[in-house]
Design a protein around this ligand. Sequence first.
Ligand SMILES: [Cu+2]
Length: 278
Amino acid sequence: MGKGWCLFFLFWPVAAVVSCAMAPMVGWSFPYDNAQAASNLGIRIDGLFYLILFVTAVVFVGTQAVLVYALWRGSSNRDERATCTHGNHKLELIWSIIPGVILLFLALYQMNLWADFRIKKFFPEAAVKAPIAEVTARQFEWRFRYPAIGKKLQPKPQADDLYSVNELHVPFGKPVMIQLRSEDVQHSFFLPALRIKQDALPGLQIPVWFEANKEGVYDLVCAELCGWGHYKMKAHVIVESEADYQNYLKNLTQQQFYDGLGKIAANENDSESEATEK
Ligand SMILES: [Cu+2]
């Protein structure tokens, strides 16, 4: 093999490392221009991601360096011949034990985060006691059912529940929980900016909690190929102050229970009260 080929095989790993290092600068990394995750849990998940990226990067660079070295040495001295070896016990042990130890470390290291994210026992108590909404995924939209102001979300729909489609409002700076359902096929509730992702399965009600740490409008998408209109399941989560959130619920209540005669009815009451005053 000529030196040209050595350079060719050197070029690709170098290009991979350089493009990876540049990714955050050109917006190829995390969503929203590589902004920090919009939830505290998301920031911890990013930390785990960077740790795994670091470990895999070290292994990748190390193995590629050895490969290029072997190619270069082989192409430099035509008299030197490689020897064929088989079943090197020592090597087998080294490359089994080292990855095993690394994987075991990662498995143990992420357990707390996994528990906080997925196991209901570890969810913040306030969020578990008062889920803010039931989220129902269906072909092809997201439906949200909030309890009436001052009431708790019930498993079955209530007459005074509030509804919205493709727009979920939540207050920021406090943990909130939703009950996730699917009306038909398997969907997946994905908030990229908050690093929250949970499958929605027919017949199950799955609790999902998150705590948004920044106000903003974030994408809510379906991360499961759920049918021809899968791409349409693009909704928004509006993270706002507690006051704005309460206002939203009030407006929703007014809109939803407006019978189309509200103003006339109010005028009638006025004239009646005027009549009684006279
Ligand atoms: Cu879907």
